[in-house]
Design a protein around this ligand. Structure first.
Ligand SMILES: Cc1cc2nc3c(=O)[nH]c(=O)nc-3n(C[C@H](O)[C@H](O)[C@H](O)COP(=O)(O)OP(=O)(O)OC[C@H]3O[C@@H](n4cnc5c(N)ncnc54)[C@H](O)[C@@H]3O)c2cc1C
Length: 483
């Protein structure tokens, strides 16, 4: 039996931010996650933008937490060694009606206390984003991009270094309210806690119901994307969005540079009724490409190297669409249960302020005395490709494994793969290595490096080929030997 003061269900960006925030205090915290690693849900499937907060309804929790999250995001990334780049963002107007929408957005943004928003004319638009056509636009200086995988990994590693326990491959299947807390069944084990934090994203409605608080319902709304090769990254260094049309259920199909200098195009918005269906469809892809081309005519189909989809945790049902605010609260009918429901975009941007809100709710129930030894920092992993030639040479001298390239597209060395395999959270799937070292993500989609990574796992780490999985149990890469 595992006994903790607090259990957090879900190791997405929000659950990890909460865990890290709570690791400042003299309490015991366990995070229970059904997948084999962090960021396996929506937190690894999004636009990776630190939003400024002008899109959110004035006076809402969403708007307040987004603006607050935006203001502190760079500092957190610096503290945790997470790649972050302040790019700004452009919203493009194609006609006068769009310009009116943008005027409204500037006004809303100002009410939300976003700083520096302004409209721009055609000339300036052309100057800032030369390939983009439109009659004008809006500029947001405080929008940024970041790496959401690194963000979740870093939060979790820092939380773990400060004493939080992570239990992966542990799906919560039952929650019982006891006299002094909760009894949770997950992955065949029983856990007890005084406080239960439900940060299960798309499945938060189900967890709440398990704990005896029905009435929430999450409607999954899929957003598909495709990824363009780095050659396309040279065409754009700032996220470009269309002026949002009312009622589309998202921000519209946008072009966003990634921290690694690819471009992502998307997302679509489609209620699917299936929380696990992250497939991409030809029809939507064709439409996305056409819409993206209307924004940036110089992109070409041959630049596409991959696709993915993320699912919005919408509280508004299909047909109704529209706005529903984040729910972050302790349930009156179930003391000790802190529910986080409908944490859709901008949930990652807002994750730190959400975590602080949750900490205050926890603080209402138990003493939160700060730990003396809390260390807020985590060292960034070495990124060989980002170093100068002199720095690279010095590293190779200290460790020859830096001289062996395993992923040619992304220039990832053997030492970096080893560091990823030996990660502090003990996650050992191929996807865990991919998101830590960024191998397999280039133009060849792992054609060159995948077998070399598998060789390392089997020959140097003693894993049997059948034990190597893509993403944990149920995703074996091999079923046996052919000769
Ligand atoms: C298309 C799209 C684009 C977006 N773009 C942005 C953006 O640019 N910027 C931004 O700030 N936000 C963006 N968001 C929103 C952001 O991704 C989410 O708000 C955020 O990731 C939510 O994090 P979370 O931790 O609440 O949920 P998740 O990341 O989904 O984590 C929940 C975790 O709970 C686990 N879980 C579920 N059920 C159980 C169970 N029974 N037992 C154990 N574990 C369980 C899941 O496996 C998962 O890991 C976007 C979202 C989408 C869909």
């Amino acid at each position: 039996m595992n006994q903790s003061d607090v259990i957090v269900i879900g190791a997405g960006g929000v659950g990890c931010a909460i865990a890290r925030e709570l690791s400042r205090y003299k309490i015991t915290v366990t995070v229970i996650e059904k997948e084999c690693d962090v960021a396996a849900g929506t937190s690894g499937r999004n636009s990776a933008v630190v939003h400024a907060g002008f899109n959110n309804r004035t006076g809402s929790l969403m708007a307040r937490l987004c603006v607050e999250g935006n203001k502190g995001f760079e500092a957190v990334c610096e503290e945790l060694g997470v790649p972050f780049r302040n790019t700004g963002k452009i919203l493009v107007a194609f006609d006068e009606e769009d310009m009116k929408i943008l005027e409204g957005i500037v006004a809303q943004g100002e009410q939300n206390e976003c700083e520096g928003l302004r409209l721009m004319g055609r000339e300036e638009l052309r100057r800032v984003v030369p390939g983009v056509d439109g009659i004008g636009g809006m500029y947001s200086p405080h929008t940024s991009i970041f790496d959401p995988f690194s963000y979740c990994i870093a939060l979790a590693e820092n939380a773990a270094a400060n004493g939080v326990i992570f239990q992966f491959n542990s799906e919560v299947t039952a929650v019982e309210k006891t006299e002094d807390g909760f009894c949770i069944t997950a992955g065949g084990k029983t856990y007890r806690s005084r406080i239960l934090i439900n940060s299960a994203g798309l499945y938060s409605d189900r967890i709440s119901e398990m704990a005896g608080v029905p009435g929430y319902r999450i409607y999954p709304c899929r957003g598909e994307y495709f990824i363009l090769d780095k050659v396309a990254g040279e065409l754009l260094d700032i996220p470009v969005y269309p002026a949002p049309k009312p009622g589309i259920g998202g921000l519209g199909v946008h072009l966003t540079p990634t921290i690694d200098r690819n471009i992502i195009i998307g997302p679509s918005a489609e209620y699917t009724g299936d929380k696990g269906d992250c497939s991409c469809t030809q029809e939507t892809m064709d439409r996305l490409f056409a819409e993206a081309r209307a924004l940036l005519p110089s992109i070409e189909r041959r630049y596409i190297i991959g696709n993915y989809a993320g699912i919005r945790a919408k509280q508004a049902p299909p047909g109704e669409g529209g706005f529903r605010d984040f729910v972050v609260k302790e349930e009156e009918s179930c003391p000790g249960l802190i529910n986080l429901i409908g944490i859709e975009s901008p949930g990652l941007t807002a994750s730190m302020p959400i975590a602080r809100m949750v900490r205050d709710l926890v603080g209402n129930r138990m003493d939160l005395e700060e730990k003396d030894g809390f260390n807020p920092a985590r060292e960034a992993p070495v990124r060989f490709r980002d170093l100068t030639e002199e720095e690279q040479a010095r590293l190779i001298e200290t460790d020859p494994e830096y001289g062996e390239i395993i992923c040619r597209c992304q220039k990832v060395t053997k030492r970096e793969i080893r560091n990823a395999i030996e990660n502090p959270l003990g996650a050992r799937s191929i996807s865990a290595i991919k998101y830590r070292a960024w191998a397999t993500t280039g133009r060849c989609n792992g054609g060159y490096c995948l077998t070399r990574i598998v060789d390392m796992l089997t020959q140097e780490y003693g894993m049997r080929p059948e034990e190597v999985t893509w993403r944990g149990p149920g995703s074996a890469m091999f079923s046996g030997e052919v000769k």
